[in-house]
Design a protein around this ligand. Structure first.
Ligand code: CTP
Length: 397
């Protein structure tokens, strides 16, 4: 799927550089030509010889290598590619890019290129969360730089959190998306995500523990496969992915309206944890304990967005995927829910507190289709998302 595409791969100096060797292999398997560039720090982690052997290309290493300049100047090198990929993108490389530095080959190529640039950051969790890195990230996003990852997990430095470079296959997906060449190219997919907040009065609301992490990961994975994604999200803990159309809502009723506006789409994935009930009539002013005593909350049922869309006779997406958050008899309940709501697939997960799934970084799901149930091993929410996105791609193409 990357046949004939030329990738300029800048390998930064971090422990994740060893994964970039696998990335070269994976990109070449898909038909791409990969020209590697090693920063001097990267050479502490991978050798020019192994990089050259795996890519079957000359490795570019130093800005002032006169032979290289005679063969191919750095301007030409930066433009001969269809896409520039920086993996791993270290905190230092990101800072150089954001600041517009051009003091070695890698940073000069990044300044000189007229092609899209995709970065796969990798660094210690504190470095990733540092305000300077987050500031640089915003600058880079504003400059149109594309991002894949970082993932959350155990890190080589012994800490845990976001900062791990995305797996090579996820980077390949992002490369295909950047080149608008993924299997979902030309498909429009709607994703709902996060909790909804149902107001009681102007300062209080009913909510649930959904962080929005799984829905966000699914939207990112679909976009990485080339889909145009409309992402309708309640107030989530995690930021929305880059490169998707974000529609922010608070309540279930607003979510339904946003979903109806986004239709028609080719596919729809309902990952939101929509509140089943709202207040029959929310108070316009703050409830006061002295005046009102103990309040009695009267509920009204919210619209079921998944069921409403699944039962459309006109403009129904070709593939509709629901989620079933269950605490007991997970597969039985989810199978019944799929039939009741009328969606094509349902992804069941056990949200009992002891699983740590709701609000956590991992998920263990069962995909239920008309043809039966398929349980997947416990994996990160990013991996679940990637698998769902590939299954959607297979169904829609
Ligand atoms: N859903 C929805 N609108 C609602 C409630 C749920 O679109 N008002 C969707 C969710 O996004 C999810 C699926 O329906 O894809 C199932 O959600 P879940 O909370 O598990 O089911 P409920 O409908 O709440 O059923 P129950 O309360 O019986 O578990």
């Amino acid at each position: 799927m990357l046949a004939g595409k030329r990738i300029l791969l800048i390998i930064g100096g971090g422990i994740a550089a060893f994964k970039s060797l696998d990335l070269i292999r994976r990109l070449r398997e898909r038909g791409a030509t990969v020209t590697p560039v090693l920063t001097s720090a990267a050479e502490e982690f991978v050798t020019p010889l192994s990089t050259s052997a795996l890519s079957a290309q000359k490795v570019y290493r130093d800005l002032f290598d006169l032979t290289d300049e005679a063969e191919m100047g750095h301007i030409e090198l930066s433009r001969a590619a269809d896409l520039v990929v920086v993996a791993p993108a270290t905190a230092d490389l990101m800072a150089k890019m954001a600041g517009g530095h051009a003091n070695d080959l890698a940073s000069t190529l990044l300044m000189a290129t007229d092609k899209p640039v995709l970065i796969a950051p990798a660094m210690n969790v504190r470095m990733w969360e540092h305000p300077a890195t987050q500031r640089n990230l915003k600058t880079l996003a504003g400059d149109g730089i594309l991002l894949v990852g970082p993932d959350e997990g155990d890190m080589a430095c012994g800490e845990y959190g976001p900062g791990r470079m995305s797996e090579p296959l996820a980077i390949v997906d992002a490369v295909e998306a950047a080149l608008k060449d993924g299997p979902l190219k030309g498909k429009h997919i709607l994703v709902t995500s996060g909790p909804t907040h149902e107001p009681i009065d102007p300062v209080r609301y009913i909510a649930n523990r959904s962080s929005g992490a799984q829905g966000t990961a699914i939207a990112r994975a679909l976009s990485a496969l080339g889909a145009e994604v409309t992402f309708v999200t309640g107030p989530a803990d995690v930021p929305p992915p880059l490169g998707v159309n974000v529609v922010n809502v608070q309540t279930a009723q607003q979510m339904l309206e946003a979903v109806q506006q986004a239709l028609p789409t080719d596919g729809a994935i309902f990952a939101a944890a929509v509140a089943d009930w709202r207040m029959k009539s929310a108070s316009d002013s703050k409830l006061k304990k002295d005046k009102d005593g103990t309040p009695v909350l009267e509920f009204a049922e919210n619209p079921d967005i998944l069921a409403t869309v699944s039962q459309l006779t006109k403009g129904r997406p070709e593939l509709i995927v629901g989620f079933a958050a269950e605490t007991d008899q997970v597969i039985e309940n989810a199978t019944a829910k799929r039939k009741r709501k009328g969606c094509d697939w349902i992804i069941a997960n056990d949200v009992s507190p002891e699983t740590g799934i709701m609000g956590g970084s991992e998920n263990a799901v069962t995909l239920i289709k008309d043809s039966g149930a398929e349980s997947w091993p416990r994996m990160t929410k990013d991996q679940v998302a990637s698998r769902i996105a590939h299954a959607v791609a297979e169904a829609l193409t």
